[in-house]
Design a protein around this ligand. Structure first.
Ligand code: ADA
Length: 558
């Protein structure tokens, strides 16, 4: 997996990225597929979205991927997938060893006893909508690409192995952190080593079959992490024969007195929403694209990005850790109907997805808040239990970060008391009213949030924006022109920076243009089949608004 540091030095890891054999099987039932009989007549990039390639563009159905790997040593092995869309089943030499639903999150499939030799791995990946993929709905405003969209690795696991490392700041002033090691394996007197900077913990520990070891370490004089000084510290843990490394930042996030603060310093969030979507690569963002996106966010003077509307690539989070860009990490969702949010199986699938998102992202200091369920019906009392459950799970997993969701009906929302940060999506000047009405509407939202009893909570405009067809100009500067978009965003930023002091965060909709879904009502409102509210086009070429936002955001920098 492309990351900015080596996660394992001792554990043997085989990188399975590359060109895999491929077959598009189409509209067939995965249960009816005889894996050994599949005719692999084509090849496909892994990571990649098969339906973003010219030969399979727009196709929905079951796809089969195959690769071979040499297993050097008999014993337990684990396949690690960083994301497969939307549903998949994994086979090891013809035997099914695991299934997973919903893309964008890491999952694993274990082989308890793998014989040494050459092994065939097959993945059936299904990008159709339906029961197997309850979190992906066709009406969403983004194109649901399919395939093995992030990296794949094969890990050799010894009798004892580390499952996760969790690093939490316990006392900022004392530079004290807790290192929690979740492990599997039973052993008496196993060796435990924790290394971080000059600190070295060496002990013998007795291990239960599955458990957690927690130790606190102090790092006197260690630098704190903040957007202006994103200092990172690697911690390496060895347990028996296994090891794992994570990077963390010493920092504390709070959401009090109307502001998000890092280490007590109140911040104004200036940034964008970001989709991981590209015409040539679908949801599989090449490394160069991830780097370029961070470069452009920095150039724009941003300190904030919302990962809309699903967990972003772990490498992107590494890059944000290094750049000091604050991230809102969001679980998958887009205007789910009430029937979904009142369905126990759907809520269970969301919980599993949230668990996976937090497991993958919690050690990233750049992640300053968790979000759920973009623009879902939080005005309906019957969905409140789902909001309570999902936000409650986030708090339980990670009490150190504020939680939020983006509402698109703030005036009748009945769940805002459940969040730490109130986040409002609104489109004055685009779907309603004109550009001149924007300041008034933003002030009305702020007054309403306070009157509804949330005066102490930070208030973020999590989406606002306008469509601009790239290269479209006319003398009227009417809607869809680059001029209209630039003028609208300028009005928004000027008002937030100079015209009021209640709203302390802005996520412009959106950084780059992206393909919308095949739903008719979406296509009719999206010229070229693209949501073109980006200030970059889908190939990340700047529109006129880029310069305007850059100038104003840079002027706002602390
Ligand atoms: C909503 C939604 C976005 C996008 C946007 C738009 O606010 O959250 O995903 O669909 O509208 O472009 O209309």
């Amino acid at each position: 997996m492309a990351r900015r540091f080596a996660r394992h030095e001792r554990r043997s890891v085989t990188d399975l990225d590359g060109v895999w054999d491929f077959a598009f099987l189409g509209d067939v039932d995965p249960d009816a597929v005889a894996v050994e009989a599949i005719a692999f007549e084509d090849v496909m990039a892994v990571p990649g979205s098969f339906d973003a390639t010219p030969a399979y563009a727009g196709k929905r159905g079951l796809a089969a991927y195959r690769t071979r790997v040499h297993v050097a040593e008999t014993g337990r092995h684990r396949l690690v997938f960083d994301a497969v869309h939307h549903w998949c089943r994994v086979f090891w030499d013809g035997e099914p060893i695991g299934e997973h639903s919903s893309g964008f999150t890491r999952f694993t499939a274990d082989i308890e006893h793998a014989e040494a030799g050459t092994v065939e791995i097959v993945v059936l990946a299904d990008n159709r909508f339906g029961e197997r993929s309850p979190l992906h709905l066709e009406h969403f405003d983004w194109y649901h690409f399919g395939g093995i969209t992030r990296s794949v690795e094969l890990h050799r696991l010894e009798d004892t192995w580390i499952e996760h490392l969790r690093i939490d700041t316990v006392d900022l002033d004392a530079r004290r952190v807790s290192v929690a090691v979740d492990y599997y394996g039973a052993a008496q007197g196993a060796s435990l080593v924790i290394e971080c900077g000059d600190v070295l913990v060496e002990e013998r520990v007795d291990l239960d079959p599955s458990g957690r070891i927690e130790r606190e370490i102090e790092l006197p004089g260690a630098e704190l992490w903040s957007p202006s000084n994103p200092a990172l510290h690697p911690v390496r843990v060895r347990l028996g024969e296994d090891d794992m490394c994570e990077r963390f930042g010493l920092r504390k996030v709070t959401a009090e007195s109307g502001r998000v603060a890092v280490n007590g310093e109140p911040l104004t969030l200036r940034g964008f929403n970001r989709h991981e979507s590209h015409p040539n690569f679908g949801h599989a963002q090449p490394i160069g694209q991830l780097v370029a996106d961070v470069q452009q966010l920095r150039d724009l003077g941003c300190n904030f990005v919302r990962g809309s509307h699903y967990p972003q690539d772990p490498l992107f989070l590494d890059l944000c850790d290094e750049a000091g860009i604050l991230v809102w990490s969001e679980s998958i969702g887009w205007q789910y109907p009430v029937e979904r949010l009142t369905d126990a199986d759907f809520v269970a699938a969301q919980l599993e997805h949230i668990d996976e998102m937090v497991a993958a992202a919690r050690n990233h200091p750049s992640v300053i808040m968790w979000g759920i369920l973009n623009e879902s019906p939080s005005g309906e009392p019957e969905v409140r239990p789902a909001y309570e459950r999902l936000l409650g799970r986030l708090r339980e997993l990670d009490p150190s970060r504020p939680v939020t969701y983006a509402t698109n009906h703030v005036y009748d929302d009945v769940c805002l008391d459940l969040v730490d940060v109130v986040s409002v999506n609104c489109y004055p000047g685009w779907y309603v009213d004109g550009i001149a009405d924007i300041p008034g509407e933003l002030d009305r939202i702020a007054a309403h949030v306070d009157a509804a009893g949330h005066a102490g909570k930070p208030l973020v405009i999590s989406e606002i924006g306008a469509g601009a067809v790239p290269g479209w100009h006319d003398q009227n500067h009417s809607m869809w022109t680059e001029e209209y978009q630039a003028e609208l965003l300028e009005t928004v930023i000027r008002h937030l920076a100079e015209g009021q002091d209640r709203i302390s965060g802005l996520g412009i909709w959106v950084l780059g243009d992206f393909r919308t879904s095949e739903a008719k009502h979406m296509l009719l409102g999206r010229p070229r089949g693209i949501n073109d509210k980006g200030i970059l086009d889908e190939y990340r070429r700047p529109k006129q608004a880029y310069g305007a936002v850059r100038r104003l955001f840079r002027a706002m920098r602390e």
